[in-house]
Design a protein around this ligand. Structure first.
Ligand code: TXA
Ligand code: MG
Length: 317
């Protein structure tokens, strides 16, 4: 075990973290979206370590994180759209699904012919990838099914001894995961809404909008229960939950509804960016209550990702 449980971002610790990755170990690190649980993306044994530590279903592929453009061409078959999106939107919360090159083992891709790639916009993440000298596969650094961690202390609580080192980079700035876009067909398809809005993407590529079933077929991750705290989650104005007799928590933009019993606790956000930033911490903070009642933000911008996570936490997707 390391001298530090949660290690500060320093050149010495980057070097140690890089060694751990090269030796097949696990390093948790910050990104602009959420914290990731990283391992050498090109090593099948290291990748198995990620699945074990998270208790992750084997059919759910991982995102490969890179720090420099030449690595995109190394792990995936480049297309014109991919090149333009990478130039315009990386580093940032955009994950592109592309045809995989053979150097990426089937373990990383869950046997798919494609690979998901992103360049995170976080100096600690980029320094770690460069120190490791290899692309780093990383899912969110939570036990499978739980809300994603947005700070180092939450990673330590969730994964503890299962991880060899945790690099601290403060609170994640965005708070929801990257937007996953499939570029292997004629048109781009958003498989998971995230930190990059559909509106921003649509400035560069034409977006197809297939039925939910088709989206789900192409997106293995969305088949499993996700983002769920221990307390049940209901959506206000949608579910008919009995709030009168429950110790319940409120999460939303603006004050809780007045026509119900008062919430035992509430987290009131001023706008949708704040809600994205604080959503997972709020879900975790309230999981000792009987019930969590959330109001959905409008369906645009980063609100699409917040709605998706809440609907999944409520088991409605
Ligand atoms: O912001 C993020 O994306 C964070 C940080 C750590 O980068 N990572 C993250 O990873 O959210 P994870 O494993 O929790 O979610 C990855 C998503 C899943 O929905 C998975 O199914 C999808 O990406 N994915 C990965 N590879 C894929 C592929 N080849 N085809 C389709 N979907 C893929
Ligand atoms: Mg996740």
């Amino acid at each position: 075990m390391m001298a530090c449980e949660i290690c500060e971002a320093s050149p010495k610790n980057f070097a140690r973290a890089g060694e751990i990755i090269r030796a097949g170990g696990l390093v948790a690190f910050p990104t602009e979206t959420v914290y990731g649980l990283g391992a050498d993306a090109l090593s099948p044994e290291a990748i198995r370590g990620i699945f074990d530590a998270k208790g992750r279903p084997q059919d759910n592929p991982l995102i490969v994180h890179i720090a420099d453009m030449p690595d995109l061409d190394r792990v995936a078959v480049m297309t014109e759209h991919a090149y333009e999106l990478a130039l315009m939107l990386w580093p940032g919360p955009l994950t592109m699904v592309l045809e995989a090159r053979e150097v990426v083992p089937p373990e990383t891709r869950a046997g798919l012919p494609t690979v998901a790639v992103r360049m995170p916009s976080n100096d600690v993440a980029l320094a770690l990838i460069r120190a490791a000298g290899t692309p780093i596969a990383a899912p969110s650094a939570n036990r499978s099914g739980r809300p994603s961690p947005t700070d180092a202390a939450t990673v330590a609580r969730d994964l503890g001894d299962a991880v060899d080192m945790i690099l601290d980079g403060g609170a994640a700035t965005l708070g929801v995961e990257s937007t996953v876009v499939d570029l292997t067909g004629g048109m781009a398809v958003v498989l998971r809404d995230g930190g990059l809005s559909r509106e921003a993407l649509a400035r560069y590529v034409e977006l197809d909008d297939p039925p939910d079933a088709e989206r789900a077929r192409r997106s293995p991750g969305t088949r499993h229960r996700h983002y769920a705290p221990k307390a049940p989650v209901v959506i206000l104005g949608d579910d008919h939950a009995d709030l009168a007799s429950a110790r319940w928590g409120y999460i939303g933009i603006g004050e809780p509804p007045r026509d119900t019993s008062a919430p035992a606790r509430s987290v009131v956000f001023q706008n949708v960016d704040e809600m994205a930033h604080g959503l997972y911490a709020a879900l975790r903070d309230m999981e000792d209550l009987d019930l969590i009642a959330a109001s959905l933000p409008p369906a645009d911008g980063i609100g699409m990702a917040v709605r998706d996570r809440l609907l999944r936490a409520a088991g409605k997707k």
